[in-house]
Design a protein around this ligand. Structure first.
Ligand SMILES: NC(=O)c1ccc[n+]([C@@H]2O[C@H](COP(=O)([O-])OP(=O)(O)OC[C@H]3O[C@@H](n4cnc5c(N)ncnc54)[C@H](OP(=O)(O)O)[C@@H]3O)[C@@H](O)[C@H]2O)c1
Length: 294
């Protein structure tokens, strides 16, 4: 297949490009310098030159506070940008994998959200990403809208200044005697490598539609930090933050755990438990550090 990956130098985009390349697809990577999803002309020019069979759109404006401060830009990228990509892929007869988010939910359910649950975003980011989903679903019938959550990987998240949660915790543990982490926000930390593998698997099917794609199980950010320190044998005092200690500047769902119901129904789910994914990530990290220090 000819595959084009948008947001190709991002945290997820890099792993997605690598996973499709590893399966002998002809992959074209497109960074923000090469395509502006907010411009239909730019999307047309970039994709008509490639004529891909499949486009994976990982590009987004997803810094939650910045989206709240600039809703017009957030909508231009996450809403209209998704529409532009859907329109051009449709005109080329290409399938589209569009990356969505757990932040389309309000967290009130308190139990894992399936694809059948109604969204109710709490902030600009979630609303604009939801508008993007609608544009994709109504513009290109050959679409997979794939919602992910709390992702981390070997490559830096460009929107969030580079360090993922695992790296941030390990860095802070070297700088501070005590760390305090929130214990009242629940997610499923998911390695980008597993999402990339899942997208390759999904791309072989023609069961288009909406998919949740996260690791199994769930945890609070405090529990995630505790697992990071336990697996790495890091000695640091870890405490649960007090209620209101880290007030959120923008409302966020307290519970955004997703259930991969659609993937499981179609026997396509490749994800392992979040702790297993974390162990694998930390093992790869240690191996890479040994190589650097050798
Ligand atoms: N990170 C998370 O925890 C999380 C959770 C749920 C869902 N998601 C979703 O996962 C996807 C990937 O996130 P990520 O962590 O890989 O983010 P990332 O590292 O920030 O990558 C996003 C990529 O999109 C590019 N981009 C931004 N605006 C663009 C535009 N207008 N036109 C073209 N390209 C543009 C960025 O390029 P520049 O940096 O050069 O602008 C970057 O390469 C996003 O759709 C996000 O909404 C992420």
């Amino acid at each position: 297949m000819k595959v084009a990956v948008l947001g190709a130098n991002g945290q997820l985009g890099r792993d997605v490009a690598a996973a499709f390349s590893a399966q002998k697809n002809a992959v074209t990577t497109l960074t923000h310098e090469q395509i502006e999803v907010g411009s239909l002309d730019s999307v047309r020019a970039a994709l008509e030159g490639i004529r891909p069979n499949l486009v994976v759109n990982t590009a987004a404006f997803h810094h939650v506070e910045k989206c709240e401060a600039d809703p017009a830009l957030a909508f231009a990228v996450n809403g209209i940008g998704a529409r532009n990509v859907a329109q051009v892929t449709d005109s080329l007869g290409a399938a589209l994998i569009h990356i969505g988010t757990d932040y389309v939910f309000d967290g009130v359910k308190g139990a894992p959200y399936t694809e059948a649950d109604g969204p109710n975003p709490l902030n600009v980011y979630g609303n604009t990403k939801l508008s993007g989903e609608h544009f994709v679903r109504t513009t290109n019938p050959k679409h997979f809208v794939v919602r992910v959550s709390a992702i981390y990987g070997e490559n830096p998240c460009r929107a969030k200044g580079g360090l993922n949660f695992v790296e941030l915790m390990l860095k802070l543990s070297q700088e501070r005697p005590e760390l305090r982490v929130v214990d009242d926000e629940f997610v499923t930390p998911t390695p980008t490598s597993q999402i990339a593998r899942q997208l390759v698997e999904l791309s072989q099917s023609s069961d288009y539609g909406l998919y949740h794609a996260t690791a199994e199980g769930s945890c609070s950010w405090y529990e995630f930090a505790a697992a990071i320190f336990e697996i790495t044998g890091t000695k640091v005092r870890l405490e649960k933050s007090r209620p209101g200690e880290f007030p959120a500047k923008v409302p966020r769902p307290k519970y955004s755990v997703l259930e991969n119901a659609a993937l499981k129904r179609r026997s396509l789910n490749v994800f392992t438990h979040w702790k297993e994914g974390l162990q694998e990530y930390l093992a790869r990290r240690e191996a890479a550090m040994k190589l650097v220090n050798a």
